[in-house]
Design a protein around this ligand. Structure first.
Ligand code: SF4
Ligand code: SF4
Length: 591
């Protein structure tokens, strides 16, 4: 039976069919749905971990205990998990171990764009890159086999378009789940220097064996057509190549570390002009050039962002027209190019917090108080957008608190003006360690935890502060106030995020205090509210426009600019605008 699946769903299906017993992740677009879908298979123990490092460590432990294991994260998460990953490359596995890295070319929802293919040669582990959902599932099987045969974690690298695009997948029956018998093997799994030195040599031997495997693997295949030009490609770029140049010969690499050098040389000898089509870095191109092969790649294609069919036709087509008119772009392709190059006229919608978002009022107050804000990654990062513009820094997950320590240490005058703002899930991810630093190194930082009781930005995943697991079981809930106190914070306040007067008073008090403070501003994410409470209405508006300063999408002006209009289907009745209107024009439910 076939089903239409996204790459993420297909990887989850592969985990189910090919005997994965343990799966762990921290949610992050574009990888989130892998674990969400795995959790639908009760045969697999699955968990959200507080961060990617923890997820990786859970995976390594499960593999050592004999289980086939999958760990998933977005590209930046691999930076967090790099520490255990690099050592797991040494210790190897018992049950097959897959790390899925979901990269985000074009930064659809990421703070940077990084090409995680470099992690494979860096950590000396094999890497697979699927080109559609069927391969995403098939490569779970291949990765497990490689992992167990060659005693190595395997990097399964996907990108946003593979993760989120749908294609047909043949569904199979699940194999029997097996936990290999546990035996102690300290020389393999205890990486003290004496043991690690032995494994270091093993890493080189393993890479050489994997290179031979890569030469023979059907995951690297040639589609021979025109000999005048050939293209080496991998991942989603293979789909763009097929659509842009159906007449081209193609070497599609499914194993992109180690690359099959002989296969590449043989292919290069078969074609007159050789291109490498790959997104982001010249990862394949540099390795192919190092083989002494003349190849055209990043001379024509950008080393950033996503590729597209039109971009390939435009840039490679122009090159071919000049260099080899006999293989010039066909009329049909030229027509397609003109079509896709027509300007895209959909209106641009800037990212904005949802109506009723509990973060909006807190940022409104912070802006009123003219505070310096060390921010973090989550929906609340949108507090940096107009009209709120209430954020000074945003670096990576958990950095708000530790960066605030640095800012205060560097410039003590900031002590009375600085707040670190972090969400509940991000605080669990890696904010707790920063808070320890605040206390331990004696700063007066004020930390505002925006607790909306969920990991909102990635689509409502649970975390240790929510009292629920990925498998929907009740679990103990981390008490942020008690946790902060246990870390040595003496000033801990809990406020209603919609009560702007109290929020303002408490922030003023805590910022002025000469010691660390934690303020927990609580209200659930607006998208979790079941059914709408009474929507706000506007009567006798004085058109002062003050309420627009909160940037709520439910508020706008009528065409003449005389009165505020409340979009009732959007309004959640959060009350924030009511508190801001000094004329009492905004009222709940027309009261
Ligand atoms: S998803 Fe929730 S937390 Fe995020 S902007 Fe919307 S209401 Fe706010
Ligand atoms: S609703 Fe109130 S705050 Fe908004 S423009 Fe009218 S009078 Fe001003």
């Amino acid at each position: 039976m076939k089903a239409l699946l996204t790459g993420n769903e297909a990887i989850a299906r592969g985990a189910y069919e090919y005997g994965i017993s343990v799966a762990a992740a921290y949610p992050g677009t574009p990888s989130t749905e892998i674990l969400e879908n795995i959790s639908k298979y009760p045969e697999i123990y699955s968990q959200w971990s507080p961060n990617e490092k923890v997820a990786m460590e859970v995976g390594v432990g499960a593999s050592i205990a004999g289980a086939r294991t999958l760990v998933a994260m977005k590209h930046v998460g691999v930076n967090v998990a790099a520490d255990p990953l690099f050592t797991a490359a040494y210790s190897g596995v018992r049950g097959g171990l897959i790390l899925v890295s979901a990269d985000d070319p074009g930064m659809h929802s990421s703070q940077n764009e990084q090409d995680n293919r470099h992690y494979a040669p860096f950590a000396k582990i094999p890497m697979l890159e699927p080109s559609d959902s069927q391969e995403a599932k098939d490569m779970v099987k291949l990765a497990l086999e490689i992992s167990e045969t060659f005693d190595t974690p395997v990097l399964l690298r996907i990108t946003t378009r593979i993760a989120h695009s749908q294609s047909l997948v043949e569904l199979g029956e699940p194999m029997e789940r097996e936990i290999k018998p546990y035996t102690k093997d300290a020389k393999k799994f205890v990486m003290i220097p004496a043991h690690a030195r032995t494994r270091r040599v093993f890493l080189e031997e393993r890479d050489a064996q994997l290179a031979t495997f890569s030469e023979q693997s059907a995951a690297n295949f040639v589609e021979m057509r025109q000999q005048s030009f050939g293209i080496i490609t991998s991942g989603v770029s293979y789909q763009y190549v097929k659509e842009a140049f159906p007449q081209a010969s193609v070497l599609r690499l499914g194993i992109t570390h180690p690359i099959p050098k002989q296969k590449i040389m043989d292919f290069a000898n078969e074609v007159d002009t050789l291109f490498v089509v790959e997104e982001l870095e010249p990862y394949l191109e540099n390795q192919i050039k190092a083989l002494g092969i003349k190849v055209v790649g990043k001379d024509l294609l950008p080393p950033y962002g996503e590729l597209s069919v039109s971009l390939l036709q435009k840039n490679l087509g122009a090159y071919l027209n000049v260099a080899n008119p006999s293989v010039a772009v066909t009329t049909e392709q030229s027509n397609i190019m003109q079509e896709v190059q027509q300007p895209f006229t959909a209106p641009v919608r800037p990212p904005v917090m949802c109506p009723g978002c509990p973060h909006r009022g807190v940022f409104y107050v912070i802006k009123q108080l003219k505070l310096v804000v060390s921010g973090d990654i989550g929906c609340y990062t949108l507090g940096t957008m107009p009209p709120l513009e209430a954020m000074d820094t945003c670096i990576c997950m958990g950095a708000s608190i530790s960066a605030a320590v640095g800012m205060e240490k560097a410039n003590p005058e900031l002590a009375g003006k600085l707040v670190a703002v972090i969400g509940d899930s991000t605080f669990m991810h890696s904010g707790v360690t920063g808070l320890m630093d605040v206390v331990y190194n004696k700063t007066a930082a004020t930390i505002i935890i925006l607790d909306n009781s969920i990991t909102a930005m990635t689509g409502h995943q649970y975390h240790p502060g929510t009292g629920k697991t990925l498998m929907n079981e009740d679990s103990p809930t981390v008490d942020f106030a008690a946790l902060a106190k246990s870390l040595g914070v003496r000033r801990v306040a809990e406020v209603d995020a919609f009560d702007l007067e109290t929020v303002k008073k408490v922030i003023q008090e805590e910022v002025a205090a000469p010691e660390p403070s934690v303020i927990i501003a609580r209200q659930p994410c607006a998208l979790m509210l079941k059914g709408q409470t009474e929507a706000v209405v506007c009567e006798d508006c004085k058109a002062c426009r003050v309420c627009l300063r909160i940037g709520c999408p439910a508020l706008s002006f009528d065409e003449e600019g005389k009165t505020v209009v409340v979009n009732k289907p959007l309004c959640t009745g959060c009350n924030v605008c009511i508190q801001i209107c000094k004329f009492g024009a905004l009222r709940k439910g027309g009261a």
